[in-house]
Design a protein around this ligand. Structure first.
Ligand code: MTE
Ligand code: MOS
Length: 750
C-alpha cells in the first residue's frame, strides 16, 4: 500500500499548530449576545420561588429564560429524567442544576446579572455516596435510587466455584475523572425566525440536532448543526453539548439574535459529566494451575443526579466485567445509582475502566496466591479464535490477544526487567519500584445495546482540479479521524493526501451517522468513505474502459492507463468533462448482533480490540508519591492505518489513564458542593510527568474493517490504570484496591 500503514503527517497539524483552526469561541456574529447560567448552589431541594425582574433591569441584560420559556422542558438521552431549567415547585438535584439563563450584550454583563436572580430553595438532605443512596431515603430521582440494573447469567456459577481450588473475594472502589479537555464546552446558536444554526464544540452533532429540535419543537429540516474544531472530547462532549446547545438556542429563539455560550472551567467542572465513581465486589474462582472457573461481580455506578448515558455505560461495564478472559461461568450485576452530585456519563472506556481495574487486580492476587507469574496467569486464560468472551460471543477472527502478551514480554525484556527491579529495591530504602501487568479487551463500536445508531455515512466529491472533499458524520476531536479518512481516500483514488480536505460535519449535508464514540470512527466512517471512494474509482475506470483503455493501475499517486502515467488532476478534469459521476455517498452498517438482554449473553460487539500493558512504577515511601516511569504496550487493533496517529493515541491514553490512577480526584464538601473545580486542585498530568512509552502493535485483521482495521481510541487508556495499580501493589506489597492512588492514600496504607 502507498499511504495506509505509512508514517504521514496529520492533515490538520499545521493549521492547529499555527492557531489558524477555528474553534467556536473564534467565531463572532453581528449583534451577538453572550450567555450565562444561573445555578442554585444547593445539592438537593425544592425550588420554591424564582424572580428574575431585578436581573432583567441590570445594564446590558437583554433576556432571561426560565422554565416558563422552554417549549419542551423534559430532557435526557436515554430516559427523560431531567429538565432544561428547573421549574418552580420542582426538585433541584445537584448544585449546578440550571434554573435560569441570561443573555446580555457582553459576557461580563451576563455573568454579573446571575447574582441578581432571586430564588428560594427548601433544602433537603443531600445523598452523596452510593451507600447512602442504597437506603432509598431520601429518593434523589424517579422511584428508587437504584434506577437501572443489567446482568449476565452464563454457565453455572455455583458449579464453577465448586470446581475451584482458590476463591478470592475482593472489594474495589474507583473515583471520578474529569475529561479535562483544553477547550471547555462552547456553543453559538443563531435563530433567524425560520431556521436555527448551531456551531459548537462536540462529538455528536446528530445528538445536538435531535435534542435542540425536540426542546424547541422545531422540525429537523429547520435546524442545522455544524461541528467546529473541537479541543478534546474524551466522551465529555458526547451528550453534554446538547445540554449547552439547548440553552444557547433557547436564548437565540427568544431574542432572534446570535447567542454565544462558552463555559468557564468552574462551570464545566460543576455542571458537566465525569467518569462514574464505582464500588464493586468480586468473587472469582481459580483452579490450582490458574484457570479461571467462575466470575461473580456486583458493580455499583454512581450516576449523579440524572441518568444521562448511564444505562449505556452500564452495558459496557457488564460486558467487560470479566476482562479479556475465557471464563465459562459468569454472574454479573451492574447497578446505576442516583446521588445528588454532578451527572456522570461517557468517558474514554465508557464504564469499562472501573471493572477492568477490579478484575485485573484479582488476576494479580490470584497469581500471587498460586505462585504464578502475573504474565503467566493472563496468558493461560487469554482468548483465542474459537473461545468465547464473557457474554459467550464465540470469536471467529481477529483475536491477537496472546500476541499482545507475547509482544510486551519481548519488548520489555521482562525477565531482565524483573531482575533490575529486584536489585533496585535491594539498594533503596525509601524508594521502591514495582512492575504491573494488565491484559484487557474492548468491544469496538456501540454493540448490541446501541445497534439502532450503529451506521455511518460518508461522501466523497472529486473536484475538477483533482482535489477531493470528504464529508463524514463522525467528528475530529484530536484523535486523528480526519487523517485516517484522508489516508483511505488517498489510497483508493491515488490522490495525494495533501489534496484531500475533510470538512467539518454538518447535519444538513450528511445523513445521521450516529455518535462519534465507542472508538467506532475508523470502522464506521472509514468504511463509508471507503465505499464512496471505491464507487468513484469504479466510475472512472468504467469511463476509461469505454474509451478503449485496457490496462488500468493506480500506483504512487498516478493512474497508469495502458502504461501511460496520468496524474490524478488530469484524470479528474477529463472525467468531469466527460460527465462522469465524481461524487458518491457510502453507507456502512453491520449485520444485526444476536444478544439476549435477559441473560446478558450473545454477540455483544462486532469486533474486539485486545491490549496488554506492563508498567514500571517508583513509589517514594516518604512522600507517598507514585511515579509511572516506563510503560510497554501492545494493542491488537487489526491493520494499523496511521502508525504515527496510533502511537499518539497510545501515549495519550497511557497518560490519561495514569492521571485517573494516581492523581485526579474530585472532592465534595459535606453539603455536596464540589471543591475541586479547576486545575489548581484537580491534578492532571503535565509534560513533566510523561513516562517513556514503548508501543508495538499486533495486527490481526478484522475482515469487516476498512483495510482490516478495528478501533483504538479508548483501549489506549484502559490498560493503564490496572497495570499501574498492580505495579504499586508489587512495589509496596500492600493491596491497592482503590483509585486514585494519591500520595495521601499511599501514606495511609503504609
Ligand atoms: N484522543 C484525543 N486526542 N482527543 C479525544 O477527545 N477521545 C477518545 C479517543 N481518543 C479523544 C481521543 C474517545 S472517548 C473516543 S470514543 C475515541 O477517541 C473516538 O475516536 P475514534 O472513534 O476515532 O477512536
Ligand atoms: Mo468515547 S467515551 O466513547 O466518547
Amino acid at each position: 500500500m502507498r499511504v495506509i500503514g505509512k508514517r504521514v503527517r496529520r492533515i490538520d497539524a499545521i493549521e492547529k499548530a499555527f492557531g489558524k483552526a477555528k474553534f467556536t469561541n473564534d467565531l463572532s456574529f453581528p449583534r451577538m449576545l453572550h450567555a450565562a447560567v444561573v445555578y442554585p448552589g444547593v445539592a438537593h431541594g425544592v425550588l420554591r420561588s424564582l424572580d428574575v425582574s431585578e436581573a432583567l433591569k441590570a445594564p446590558g441584560v437583554v433576556a432571561i429564560a426560565t422554565y416558563k420559556n422552554v417549549p419542551n422542558n423534559e430532557m435526557g438521552i436515554v430516559t427523560k429524567d431531567m429538565h432544561v431549567l428547573v421549574p418552580v415547585g420542582g426538585k433541584i438535584r445537584f448544585e449546578a442544576d440550571p434554573i435560569a439563563i441570561i443573555a446580555a450584550e457582553t459576557r461580563e454583563a451576563a455573568e454579573e446579572a446571575t447574582s441578581l436572580v432571586n430564588f428560594d430553595v427548601e433544602e433537603l438532605q443531600p445523598v452523596l455516596t452510593i451507600d447512602e443512596a442504597l437506603r432509598d431515603d431520601p429518593i434523589v430521582n424517579g422511584e428508587r435510587n437504584v434506577a437501572f440494573q443489567r446482568k449476565i447469567r452464563r454457565g453455572d456459577i455455583e458449579k464453577g466455584f465448586q470446581e475451584s481450588d482458590l476463591i478470592l473475594e475482593m472489594d474495589f472502589e474507583t473515583g471520578y475523572q474529569e475529561h479535562a479537555y483544553l477547550e471547555p464546552q462552547s456553543i453559538i446558536a443563531l435563530w433567524d425566525g425560520d431556521n436555527l444554526t448551531i456551531y459548537g464544540s462536540m462529538q455528536c452533532p446528530f445528538y445536538v440536532h435531535n435534542d435542540v429540535a425536540e426542546v424547541l419543537k422545531l422540525p429537523l429540516n429547520r435546524v442545522t448543526v455544524i461541528q467546529m474544531e473541537t479541543g478534546g472530547g474524551f466522551g465529555g462532549k458526547e451528550d453534554v453539548p446538547s445540554y449547552i446547545a439547548v440553552k444557547a438556542a433557547l436564548l437565540s429563539y427568544l431574542t432572534k439574535r446570535p447567542v454565544k455560550l462558552v463555559y468557564n472551567r468552574d462551570m464545566d467542572f460543576r455542571e458537566t459529566s465525569k467518569r462514574h465513581p464505582s464500588k464493586s465486589h468480586y468473587k472469582v474462582g481459580f483452579t490450582k494451575d490458574g484457570k479461571i472457573k467462575a466470575v461473580k461481580a456486583a458493580v455499583y455506578l454512581d450516576m449523579g443526579a440524572y441518568s444521562t448515558l448511564t444505562p449505556i455505560v452500564m452495558y459496557r461495564s457488564l460486558t467487560h466485567a470479566a476482562s479479556a478472559y475465557d471464563v465459562e461461568n459468569i454472574f454479573v450485576d451492574v447497578y446505576g445509582v442516583y446521588t445528588n452530585k454532578v451527572p456522570t456519563g461517557a468517558f474514554r472506556g465508557f464504564g469499562s475502566p472501573q471493572v477492568l481495574f477490579a478484575m485485573e487486580r484479582v488476576m494479580d492476587e490470584a497469581a500471587k496466591r498460586l505462585g504464578m507469574d502475573p504474565w503467566e496467569i493472563r496468558y493461560k486464560n487469554a482468548l483465542e479464535i474459537g473461545k468465547a468472551t464473557a457474554t459467550g460471543h464465540v470469536l471467529e477472527e481477529s483475536v491477537g490477544a496472546k500476541e499482545t502478551l507475547e509482544i510486551v514480554r519481548e519488548i520489555s525484556d521482562y525477565e531482565r526487567l524483573k531482575e533490575e527491579v529486584r536489585k533496585f529495591n535491594e539498594g533503596n530504602k525509601y524508594k521502591k519500584r514495582g512492575l504491573g501487568w494488565a491484559h484487557t479487551i474492548y468491544g469496538v463500536s456501540l454493540g448490541a445495546a446501541g445497534q439502532p445508531l450503529d451506521a455511518s455515512s460518508g461522501e466523497v466529491h472529486v473536484k475538477m482540479d483533482g482535489t477531493v472533499l470528504v464529508m463524514i458524520g463522525g467528528t475530529e476531536m484530536g484523535q486523528g479521524a480526519k487523517t485516517v479518512m484522508a489516508l483511505i481516500v488517498s489510497e483508493i483514488l491515488g490522490v495525494d493526501v495533501d489534496n484531500v480536505r475533510v470538512m467539518q460535519p454538518n447535519t444538513s449535508i450528511v445523513q445521521d451517522s450516529g455518535p462519534t464514540v465507542a472508538s467506532r470512527t475508523t470502522v464506521f466512517s472509514g468504511n463509508a468513505i471507503r465505499i464512496a471512494a471505491e464507487r468513484i474509482r469504479d466510475n472512472i475506470i468504467e469511463y476509461l474502459k469505454s474509451k478503449g483503455v485496457e490496462d488500468i493501475k493506480i500506483e504512487n499517486g498516478y493512474w497508469i492507463a495502458d502504461g501511460k502515467e496520468i496524474p490524478f488532476s488530469e484524470i479528474a478534469r477529463e472525467a468531469n468533462a466527460a460527465n462522469v459521476k465524481l461524487a458518491e455517498m457510502g453507507w456502512f452498517s453491520t449485520p444485526k448482533l444476536n444478544f439476549d438482554f435477559e441473560t446478558g449473553t450473545g454477540e455483544a460487539y462486532v469486533s474486539y480490540t485486545f491490549s496488554t500493558q506492563l508498567s514500571l512504577v517508583e513509589v517514594d515511601l516518604l512522600t507517598g508519591k507514585v511515579e509511572l516511569k516506563e510503560a510497554w504496550v501492545s494493542h491488537d487493533i487489526g491493520k494499523v492505518l496511521n502508525p504515527v496517529g496510533a502511537e499518539g493515541q497510545v501515549e495519550g491514553g497511557v497518560v490519561q489513564g495514569m492521571g485517573y490512577a494516581i492523581s485526579e480526584e474530585i472532592k465534595h464538601d459535606e453539603n455536596g458542593r464540589m471543591l475541586t473545580t479547576n486545575f489548581n486542585n484537580y491534578i492532571v498530568p503535565t509534560i513533566r510527568d510523561i513516562p517513556r512509552v514503548h508501543v508495538k502493535f499486533a495486527e490481526s485483521p478484522f475482515s469487516k474493517g476498512p483495510f482490516g482495521a478495528k478501533g483504538l481510541g479508548e483501549p489506549s487508556l484502559m490498560s493503564s490504570p490496572p497495570s499501574i495499580a498492580n505495579a504499586v501493589t508489587d512495589a509496596l506489597g500492600i493491596l491497592i484496591n482503590r483509585l486514585p492512588i494519591t500520595p495521601e492514600e499511599v501514606l495511609l496504607k503504609l
